[in-house]
Design a binder for this molecule. Structure first.
Ligand code: XMP
Length: 422
């Protein structure tokens, strides 16, 4: 995207939410990038900014005590706005960016799509590209963009590890094959993953097994389609900002499950979303015609239900969890409460307890429901879902899943808990 739009550079001085100014500026359809305050002059100049915004938090604001900021400061003729002591909102930024600096408002979803397709085409040429489809919004958008850019040169592999939610694999396959005409390869590897996971109960071991097996399957698939030249990755902008920007740093693997395949030499990575925030990715998804169920999908961890099924995983336990989870998620959506939580899901606890159904004793599983609100996933608060909703969900789950006789609601925040149970 660089230099195709009037650009604002935000210098991040360690503000508490270093991405806030960028998000506000982008809502004005103005393109901006965040650089660390230590970025040197060449790195800033390479973006040819028309305006510079200093994003400073309380922690570093003391540096200006006793100094009156200059009126209308500039650096090498580029106007600078210091956000210290100013609200980071459109009311502050609009007059500076649009009236004072005259920036063009040409950063739109449509312009992004056009430019991303052009860039992928220019990078890939007539070579082959490989993409790991997870069914999440990032890889879905990457797949559609790459397919529009290079068509059949794209090989799209969906490794189905058997740890997906209810009906998810079928939805992914039908959307991308039928709606978009992408030759998605559905690798049914459930038996293979569950085989490797037999007897594994330690959470870290489980993650490791799932991650390693994923890479192995993916490498086999890559070899089968004949050594691809490029790998498409759904890296998004917060990944880049949080790792200090992409200026000259080695490429960091952000893959959901286990990092880059180790035994394939790619000529390069294609990362079409690396300047987008998550909300922007969702807007692009909708503009590309990706269904809302995928475009607005809540984050789902790479190891899938593996981190939500406590203890040893079996197909039976995963099926029980899938049913309970689907009932809970459907009820939250039906109540119009999905915006209240960033993640909401069920966990199959390893606990079994005594119950009674139709006058007969049962000794079956306890399921836990969890819903959290978070802005950065580093801390999170549990959501106070209405008791009526929880009651309905509990009744539905126990009525339709005979292997569950107890439903509990997780009322812990992060910290001290984590969002996932394992
Ligand atoms: P925790 O449980 O650490 O989760 O509070 C924070 C966020 O990260 C997601 N998560 C993962 N995502 N691979 C992923 O791609 C993982 O191994 C993994 N573990 C946790 C979790 O869903 C939440 O959004």
């Amino acid at each position: 995207m660089k230099n195709q739009h009037d650009t604002v550079v935000i210098l991040d001085f360690g503000a508490i939410n270093s991405q806030a100014a960028a998000k506000v500026i982008r809502t004005l359809n103005v393109y901006c990038e965040v650089l660390p305050f230590s970025a040197n002059a060449e790195r800033i100049a390479a973006l040819a900014p028309k305006a510079i915004v200093l994003q400073r938090g309380p922690a570093c604001g003391t540096a200006t005590v006793g100094r009156e900021p200059a009126a209308d400061p500039t650096v090498h003729g580029v106007p600078v706005l210091d956000l210290i002591d100013k609200a980071c909102d459109t009311a502050t930024l609009r007059p500076f960016l649009l009236e004072q600096c005259g920036l063009k408002q040409d950063w739109t979803t449509e312009s992004f799509i056009e430019e991303a397709i052009r860039e992928i085409r220019a990078t890939v040429g007539d070579r082959k590209v490989l993409l790991a489809m997870s069914g999440g919004v990032d890889s879905s958008v990457c797949a559609v963009l790459a397919h529009r850019a290079v068509g059949a040169q794209l090989a799209c592999v969906f490794v189905d590890h058997g740890l997906m939610r209810k009906d998810e694999p079928q939805e992914v396959c039908s959307v991308f094959r039928d709606r978009f005409g992408i030759a998605l390869r559905h690798v049914e590897a459930e038996a293979r993953f569950l085989g490797k996971l037999t007897g594994v109960t330690d959470p870290e071991k489980k993650r490791k097994v799932i991650g390693e097996e994923f890479i192995r399957v993916f490498e086999e698939e890559a070899r089968a389609i004949g050594e691809p030249d490029f790998l498409v990755q759904g890296t998004i902008y917060p990944d880049i900002i949080e790792s200090g920007g992409d200026g000259g740093k080695p490429v960091k693997a952000h893959h959901n499950v286990g990092g880059l395949p180790k035994h394939i030499d790619f000529k390069g990575l294609v990362e079409p979303l690396k300047y987008l925030f998550k909300d922007e990715v969702r807007q692009v998804a909708l503009a590309l015609g990706i269904p809302r169920s995928i475009a607005m999908r809540q984050p789902f961890p790479g190891p899938g239900l593996g981190v939500r099924c406590i203890g040893e995983m079996t197909k039976e336990k995963l099926d029980i969890l899938r049913e309970a989870d689907a009932i809970f998620r459907a009820a939250v959506v039906a109540a119009g409460l999905e915006e209240q939580a960033n993640q909401y899901f069920a966990v199959l606890t390893g606990n079994r307890s005594v119950g009674v159904t139709d006058d007969a004793r049962t000794y079956v599983y306890t399921v836990a429901l969890r819903a959290v609100k978070t802005s950065d996933f580093m801390t999170a608060r549990f959501v106070k879902l209405p008791m009526d909703l929880l009651e309905t969900v509990s009744e539905r789950i126990t009525a339709s899943v005979p292997q569950i006789n107890r439903v509990v609601y997780d009322i812990t925040s992060k910290p001290p808990s984590t969002i996932e149970w394992e």
